[in-house]
Design a protein around this ligand. Structure first.
Ligand SMILES: [Zn+2]
Length: 664
C-alpha cells in the first residue's frame, strides 16, 4: 500500500540537501535554490499598484520556506552526516542561507511592501503572521539608514562566525584523565569497567564525553577521580574561548546599541513571553527563592552522607553533587538508578513511545522502508490521522563517530497547508541494539530525554498544517518552545503508562508500581540543588549580556553569580564559561528552560484531573489548542485558552517543595 493512494492535502517533498549524495550536489542545489529565491524576491518587489496578501505575503512566505530549508538541512548535514566533506558542505550552505535571511530582514523595500498591505479583512492567522513579520523587520533594524543597515549586516555575519568558532572549540576539545589501575574505577557499573580496559602499560583512559563523564561523576567512589575529571570537563575550550567569548559579547552589545537597546539582553528578550531582561532577572530570583528550603535540605542530606565517608569534610564540592545524590537516594530512599535499567530495552521504549503518542494525539505511524538515508541506522516513519497523511519523521538515534553528541529535534521541511507536509528529525545518542549482543538497556534519564525530544517532534508535525510558514513552530516565542517537550516527560513518571511498555528484558514482567513509586520519591532528592544550579546558569547567561563587555572579567562574574545563586562553590582554576555552549545559541535567555517548565507543570494539571494519563480526552484538547496552532497565536493566549484560566506558579511550587520519598 503506497502512500500515494491515501488522501493527502499536500505533497511530501524530497529533502534534497539532506538526501544529496555528494558535497557538489549540496552546493549546486543550494546555489539553484538561492538564485530562484532571489528571482522571487525581485518579482515580489517589482509589483506595481496595491500591496495585497496575494502579491506580498504569499511569495514572501514561499521564498522564506525555501531558504529556511537550506539552512535547516545544511545544519543537519553538519551535525549528523558520516562523511566529513558532507558536514563541511552542510556548514557552508547553512551559513550562506543564514546570511541571506539576515539580508531579507534588512531589506527596506520589502519592509515597505509589507507595511503597505491592508490586512483589515484578512483572517486572524494572516493578521497575526503580518503583525509578526513587521515586528521582526523593525526589531532587526530595517528602518535605519543604509550605512547603519550595512553595519548591522556585517555585525550579524561576524556574530554568526564567532558563534560557530565558540561552539567548534568546545566540540573539538574532548579531554581525558589517565588512571593507574582498575581500583580507581571503584563504584562504577561493571559494563563501564569492562568497556575501559587498561592499555599495555596498565593505564586506563576516561574522557570528558558524556557516556564517560556522567557515570564517573555519579558512581566513582574515589573523590580525586571525580575531581580530576571535573577539572578537565570545566576547562574545555580554555584558554582559546576566553577571547572568543569576549568578542561575542562585545559584538552583540555593539549590535544592541546600534538598535537603541541598552543591552543585548534587552534586545533578545523583547519578543519573548518574558518581554524584558528585568523580568528575566525577577523570574530567576523568584525561582531561586522557591527552591530555597528544598535546596538547603538537599545540601544538609548530601553533606551528612559525605561526612560518613570523611568526618573531616566541611562542605560539598562541585564534583560531589551527583555522587552523593545517588548515594543518598540509595541509602535513604531505597532507590538505585541502575535497578530500573533492566525494564528499558531500547526497542521496547521506542514501541511504547509510538503507542502512547498515537493514543494521546490520535495519530498512527507507518514505517517507510524504501528511501535512501544518510546512515543505515536511520529510521523513517510517515504520520497519519486516519487516512490523512500528516508528515514524515526521521530518527537518527544512536551514537557514531563525529556525530552530534547531545539530543535534539530539528525541522527538515516546514509544513504549510496545501503546499507541503512537515518533516522533522530527532538526533539522539541512545544505546544501540544493533551493537553488541545486549538488549541496549536505557537509563530512565534517557527514557525521559527520548519522550522530551519526541515532544518537540510531534509539535512540529501537528503545527505544520496551517496556511503560513510564518505561523509554524519555528516562529513561536522561544521561551515557550520547551513546554510541550517537558510536558511529555510527565508520562515517563507514571506507573500505568510505563507498564504498557517497560518489561524486564529477561523475565518479561512489567515494571512494578512499587518500583516506580520509589523512583519518583527518590527523584525529589537533589531537585533543590539542581534548580539552584540551573538558576546560576540562567543568571550567568543573562548577566553576560546585560553588563558592559568593556573590561568585563567573565571569570569574576561567574564566581560572583555562583555565590549568589548556587549553593555549591565555584571550582577555583576552572573556566566553565569557555564551554557553556548555550552562551552562543541561547545568548541571554537560558532562563527559558525553567520558564517553560513552570508552564509545563501548569498544563499538566489538566491531565492530572483525568483518571488515567492515557485517556485521550485532554490529549485531543491539548493537540487542538496548543500544538496545532503553532505560532498563529501568542503563546500566552494558547496556554490560557487550554487552561481556561490565567496561568500560575502553583503546580511548579508543589513540585519544587515535594519531600523526597513521599511521592505517590
Ligand atoms: Zn528541548
Amino acid at each position: 500500500m503506497g502512500s500515494q493512494t491515501r488522501e493527502s492535502h499536500a505533497p511530501l517533498t524530497r529533502p534534497r540537501y539532506l538526501l544529496a549524495t555528494s558535497p557538489k550536489e549540496v552546493k549546486q542545489e543550494t546555489e539553484r535554490a538561492l538564485a530562484e529565491t532571489r528571482d522571487m524576491l525581485d518579482a515580489l518587489l517589482a509589483v506595481e499598484g496595491e500591496r495585497t496578501v496575494a502579491n506580498t505575503l504569499v511569495p514572501f512566505d514561499d521564498l522564506l520556506l525555501r531558504v529556511s530549508e537550506v539552512s535547516q538541512q545544511g545544519d543537519i548535514l553538519f551535525n549528523v552526516h558520516p562523511a566529513k566533506a558532507m558536514r563541511g558542505a552542510g556548514d557552508e550552505v547553512h551559513q550562506e542561507a543564514q546570511r541571506f535571511l539576515t539580508e531579507l530582514t534588512l531589506n527596506r523595500p520589502l519592509y515597505e511592501a509589507f507595511d503597505a498591505v491592508d490586512a483589515e479583512d484578512e483572517d486572524e492567522d494572516t493578521q497575526y503572521a503580518l503583525f509578526k513579520i513587521l515586528r521582526d523587520f523593525r526589531q532587526a533594524g530595517v528602518d535605519r539608514d543604509e550605512a547603519t543597515r550595512a553595519k548591522i549586516q556585517d555585525l550579524r555575519d561576524e556574530i554568526l562566525a564567532i558563534g560557530q568558532e565558540f561552539e567548534g572549540n568546545i566540540r573539538e576539545d574532548t579531554r581525558s584523565i589517565r588512571l593507574e589501575n582498575a581500583e580507581e574505577l571503584d563504584g562504577l557499573p561493571e559494563d563501564f569497567i569492562a568497556a575501559h580496559p587498561p592499555d599495555g602499560e596498565g593505564t586506563i583512559v576516561v574522557t570528558t564525553d558524556y557516556p564517560d563523564l556522567f557515570p564517573v561523576l555519579q558512581y566513582a567512589h574515589r573523590e580525586d577521580v571525580r575531581r580530576r575529571l571535573s577539572w578537565e570537563h570545566l576547562n574545555r575550550g580554555y584558554p582559546v574561548n576566553m577571547e572568543v567569548l569576549d568578542n561575542l559579547l562585545a559584538r552583540r552589545r555593539e549590535l544592541a546599541e546600534i538598535l537603541d537597546y541598552d543591552s543585548f539582553a534587552d534586545y533578545v528578550t523583547e519578543d519573548k513571553m518574558i518581554e524584558s531582561a528585568q523580568s528575566a532577572e525577577a523570574f530567576i530570583d523568584r525561582i531561586t527563592a522557591l527552591a530555597g528550603s528544598r535546596s538547603e535540605e538537599d545540601y544538609e542530606a548530601l553533606l551528612a552522607a559525605k561526612q560518613k565517608d570523611n568526618p573531616e569534610a566541611r562542605r560539598l564540592e562541585p564534583w560531589d553533587r551527583l555522587y552523593y545524590t545517588e548515594k543518598v537516594r540509595a541509602a535513604e530512599h531505597d532507590f538505585d538508578s541502575r535497578e530500573v535499567r533492566a525494564y528499558f530495552p531500547f526497542e521496547k521504549v521506542w514501541e511504547g513511545l509510538l503507542t502512547i503518542t498515537s493514543k494521546l494525539f490520535g495519530v498512527r505511524y507507518e514505517s517507510v522502508e524504501d528511501i535512501p538515508v544518510w546512515h543505515t541506522s536511520v529510521r523513517v516513519y510517515d504520520v497519519f490521522e486516519g487516512e490523512t497523511h500528516l508528515g514524515r519523521i526521521y530518527l537518527d538515534l544512536h551514537p557514531r563517530d563525529a556525530k552530534y553528541t547531545h539530543a535534539a529535534s530539528s525541522g527538515v521541511v516546514s509544513g504549510v497547508l496545501g503546499i507541503q507536509l512537515p518533516q522533522n528529525l530527532l538526533m539522539c545518542n541512545f544505546p544501540d541494539p544493533a551493537k553488541g549482543e545486549g538488549p541496549a538497556l536505557m537509563d530512565h534519564l534517557q527514557v525521559v530525554t527520548f519522550f522530551h525530544e519526541f515532544g518537540h517532534l510531534i509539535h512540529s508535525i501537528l503545527s505544520g498544517q496551517r496556511r503560513w510558514a510564518y505561523n509554524t513552530m519555528s516562529h513561536l516565542e522561544w521561551d515557550f518552545i520547551e513546554a510541550p517537550s517537558q510536558l511529555l516527560e510527565e508520562w515517563t513518571w507514571d506507573a500505568e503508562t510505563l507498564q504498557t511498555f517497560a518489561r524486564h528484558h529477561e523475565l518479561g514482567d512489567p515494571i512494578p508500581t512499587e518500583l516506580v513509586e520509589r523512583m519518583r520519591g527518590a527523584d525529589a532528592l537533589g531537585r533543590g540543588l539542581a534548580v539552584r544550579r540551573q538558576m546560576f546558569l540562567a543568571a550567568l547567561s543573562l548577566n553576560y549580556y546585560v553588563r558592559d563587555p568593556e573590561g568585563l572579567d567573565t571569570t569574576a562574574v561567574a564566581k560572583e553569580l555562583q555565590r549568589k545563586y548556587d549553593i555549591l562553590p565555584w571550582y577555583e582554576g576552572t573556566h566553565f564559561q569557555c564551554n557553556f555552549g548555550h552562551l552562543n545559541g541561547y545568548s541571554a535567555i537560558y532562563y527559558t528552560y525553567m520558564w517553560s517548565l513552570v508552564i509545563a507543570k501548569d498544563l499538566f494539571t489538566r491531565f492530572q484531573t483525568q483518571g488515567s494519563l492515557l485517556d485521550p480526552k485532554e490529549g485531543d484538547r491539548y493537540r487542538r489548542l496548543i500544538l496545532a496552532p503553532g505560532s498563529a497565536r501568542s503563546a500566552a493566549e494558547l496556554v490560557e485558552t487550554f487552561l481556561e484560566r490565567p496561568r500560575n506558579f502553583d503546580a511548579y511550587t508543589d513540585w519544587i517543595s515535594e519531600v523526597p520519598g513521599r511521592a505517590g
